[in-house]
Write a protein that binds this ligand. Structure first.
Ligand SMILES: [Fe+2]
Length: 375
């Protein structure tokens, strides 16, 4: 299975993971074969990419997720309802938030050995809600790595799930404005951090530390963040964790104005911000949980061969298990050759192939097969 941008979808491709609407209805179910109507449906729905199952990678196991599909759908719905209630000045359902948080913690705790291998497919309109859930999951797994106990995980996860709640007090048109913002508009958007703190502080059932996550999640380790330009230890550890999860998930998601970064691009970008935007120790704890080359990624090896990632190594996320699909002269391999990069120091991943390159290579295989079949 691999993630494919909408522009590279073609009739005949098979859906790898079911795509759901934000209210939990399946739009396209795993296994369905795409036709031009379905592709149009995806364009209309507003997703940037989907997971596709290729015939040649068919037997590669689907990477497990840190939470079940059902928990993800329920959690997204809870966040959406919370935001809607606040926008419509209705009573908010804090019990629902608490239940969601404890479900998420329980599931991530029981799946703590799993590496973050993919991001959920979300449409542009519901980005904030799906993003909130994923930031929560990424914060919990980082908190576990840092040895936080259950009570602390709860405060962390609650604040992470609703860190952007202050956006309910920012003009929607401004939040969705395409193109550049004026300095005044940017100031207005930045105020969501203070708004969030005010909303949560007023609620007796939310701990003050969770409220501070909403307040501090845009502060930077070097003191150049907002709203208060706090630095280093002045920023609470929960907020330092959420700041990292927030940026990572935003980078690997498709946005209306840009394509998603690959995980390895996001990881190297974030490593360059260690010590400036992010606390280095927490960043490394976070990255220890991320498969830098997710299963299904097509890579070039230092040997010149082309391979697909078929498994991750928990102890060394940077060294996956790969299956070679093309030799160095770019001829398809007829025998299966798998290399566990933790066990073979003579070869490493030199780069991740772009979608255009992968599409070209797979087309090549397809035509070779057609010739072989006499078509
Ligand atoms: Fe934010």
């Amino acid at each position: 299975m691999r993630r494919v941008s909408l522009e590279y979808l073609e009739p005949g491709m098979k859906i790898g993971r079911t795509i759901y609407s934000s209210d939990g209805r399946p739009l396209l179910v795993a296994g369905m074969v795409l036709n031009s109507n379905y592709i149009q449906r995806l364009i209309d729905y507003g997703v940037g990419s989907v997971y596709i199952k290729d015939d040649m990678f068919d037997e590669i196991e689907e990477p497990p997720d840190l939470i079940s599909e059902q928990t993800r759908l329920e959690s997204v719905r809870t966040v959406k309802e919370l935001f809607n209630s606040l926008e419509n000045k209705k009573r908010i359902n804090i019990q629902g938030v608490k239940k969601t948080v404890s479900n998420l913690i329980d599931e991530v705790l029981s799946n703590r050995e799993i590496l973050v291998n993919f991001t959920d497919i979300r449409n542009y309109d519901d980005y904030t809600f799906s993003h909130s859930v994923q930031v929560c999951v990424l914060s919990i797994i980082t908190g576990i790595s840092l040895g936080l106990d259950h009570i602390r995980l709860k405060d962390l996860a609650t604040g992470a799930l609703i860190h952007d709640i202050g956006k309910t007090r920012v003009d929607k048109e401004l939040l969705n404005k395409p193109g550049d913002l004026t300095p005044e508009e940017f100031v207005e958007i930045k105020r969501h951090a203070e708004h969030g703190f005010e909303i949560l502080r007023a609620n007796q059932e939310i701990s003050l530390l969770s409220a501070h996550i909403a307040y501090q999640h845009h502060e930077r380790w070097d003191g150049n963040g907002y709203p208060r330009r706090l630095r280093e230890q002045e920023i609470h550890i929960y907020s330092r964790i959420v700041a990292i999860a927030d940026v990572f998930d935003a980078l690997v998601a498709d946005r209306p104005y840009r394509k998603a970064y690959s995980t390895s691009q996001a990881v190297s970008l974030m490593r360059r911000m260690a010590g400036s935007q992010f606390e280095p120790v927490i960043l490394e704890s976070f990255l220890a949980n991320v498969a830098e080359f997710p299963i299904g990624t097509v890579v070039a090896l230092s040997s010149g061969e082309i391979a697909v990632v078929v498994d991750s190594n928990r102890e060394k996320p940077i060294l996956p298990v790969v299956r070679v699909i093309f030799n160095k002269r770019l001829k398809p391999l007829s025998v299966v050759k798998e290399i566990d990069l933790t066990k073979d120091a003579s070869v490493h991943v030199s780069r991740v192939l772009g979608e255009e390159e992968v599409a070209q290579l797979l087309k090549g295989i397809h035509s070779v097969k057609q010739v072989a079949n006499g078509n």
